[in-house]
Design a protein around this ligand. Structure first.
Ligand SMILES: NC(=O)c1ccc[n+]([C@@H]2O[C@H](COP(=O)([O-])OP(=O)(O)OC[C@H]3O[C@@H](n4cnc5c(N)ncnc54)[C@H](O)[C@@H]3O)[C@@H](O)[C@H]2O)c1
Ligand SMILES: [Zn+2]
Ligand SMILES: [Zn+2]
Length: 367
């Protein structure tokens, strides 16, 4: 069959909307009619080259849709179900899956980063040449063939755009605050970067009972947004950020600092904002090949901890339905996380808006 898709051919060029070929789902695969796809910064890392990936690629890894057809051996979903898509499918059987760390599943790492399906081939092609799938999802498209392990059923009552953002921003951000380094009631946390991920971290910190939530962003527009999701204090990056955080924490620094941007120099600044004995959680993805210069002399003497957080340390089969339920109960205000919706043809505008710092989250709605 054919599908419209946003294809990236070369770094630093716009996405091209084209009609390309999509082969039927094979063993263990699912054809999903995509209904919504979130505009996450991780797709932009493909455009800048910060994330290295085989090209051409169809990006999009924060998706929702309806199951249209299934290949042999599919047991997890049925035709007609709404699914949120998991960009880090887990096998249930490897060392990490058996040790309660499914977001680190080792089984699919190689094909995912090769831009293929789990069998090492692509379902997408153009003029007989392979087009690669980002994260096995490639959901900036009307249709996608995905592994069944990526499909998590979500009730139809949850709107498509909300179901989509469960697939990355919400699970990454809320999960960082609840799973990776759980916020304790009364904690003071600082969140650097108030995009879809950082605002979700703020929501998670609030749910966990943080007393003070300090949001730091370059964009002044993000202050009001961050407050509306639970930030008690906001700082713009041009201020003396460390001095402001110290002033808000009796000179100590925050109990937990979450970096949700992905800039090494900001990650270093974040460590200075952590109190002795506190934790820095790295959520933002810095460009592949870059490094930070963390002061080990201070880390040892002040017992600071630095941890990475991948996909909010999620078990997506547990966490997607849980966050969907919290949305339905009014505990997660995910309608307001979606600032604007776009058509697939407007994808480049959506990324311009994301980079301008005007969006909590943008979501592309497919026809
Ligand atoms: N660890 C994971 O599993 C995971 C999952 C999803 C996204 N990410 C990463 O998280 C990061 C954030 O993603 P997003 O979709 O929320 O991005 P976004 O573009 O929506 O938000 C980033 C925010 O950071 C702000 N910002 C930029 N430079 C800044 C600076 N120097 N100081 C303070 N604020 C600054 C921007 O104004 C914006 O509000 C990206 O690096 C993305 O790739 C990681
Ligand atoms: Zn596994
Ligand atoms: Zn993402």
């Amino acid at each position: 069959m054919k599908t419209r898709a946003a294809v990236l051919y070369t770094p630093n060029t716009p996405f091209q909307i084209e009609t390309i070929d999509l082969a039927p789902p094979q063993h263990g695969e699912v054809l999903v009619k995509i209904s919504a796809a979130g505009v996450c910064h991780s797709d932009w890392h493909l455009v800048t080259g910060a994330t290295d990936h085989p090209l051409p690629v169809v990006a999009g890894h924060e998706g929702a849709g309806i199951v249209q057809a299934v290949g042999d051996g599919v047991t997890r979903v049925q035709i007609g179900e709404q699914v949120a898509l998991n960009w880090a499918p887990n096998c249930g059987d490897c060392f990490y899956c058996r040790h309660g760390r499914p977001s680190l599943c080792a089984t699919y790492v190689a094909p995912i980063w090769a831009g293929t399906m789990m069998d090492g081939t692509t379902r997408l092609s153009r003029n007989g040449q392979p087009v690669y799938h980002f994260s096995g999802l490639a959901c900036f498209a009307d249709y996608a063939v995905v592994p069944q392990e990526s499909c998590v059923p979500i009730p139809h009552e949850v709107p498509a755009a909300v179901t989509a953002v469960l697939g990355c921003a919400v699970t990454t951000g809320v999960g960082a605050a609840l799973n990776t380094t759980p916020v304790q009631p009364g904690d003071t946390v600082a969140v650097f970067g108030a995009g879809g991920v950082g605002l979700s971290t703020i929501m998670g910190a609030k749910l966990a009972g943080a007393e003070r939530i300090i949001a730091v962003d370059v964009s002044a527009e993000k202050s009001a947004m961050a407050r509306s999701f639970g930030a008690t204090d906001t700082i713009t990056a041009d201020e003396d950020v460390i001095a402001r955080i110290q002033a808000l924490t009796a000179g100590r620094g925050a109990d937990i600092v979450y970096e949700a941007i992905g800039i090494p120099s900001v990650q270093e600044q974040c460590l200075a904002a952590v109190r002795p004995g506190g934790t820095l959680v790295l959520v933002g993805l810095s460009p592949m090949g870059t490094a930070t210069n963390f002061p080990s002399a201070i880390i040892a003497r002040q017992e600071k901890t630095i941890v990475g957080s991948y996909y909010g340390s999620a078990d997506t089969s547990r966490d997607f339905p849980r966050y969907a339920q919290w949305y339905r109960e009014g505990k997660l205000d995910l309608d307001r996380l979606i600032t604007r919706t776009y058509t697939l043809d407007q994808i480049n505008d959506a990324y311009t808006d994301m980079l301008a710092g005007t969006l909590a989250r943008g979501v592309i709605l497919l026809a």
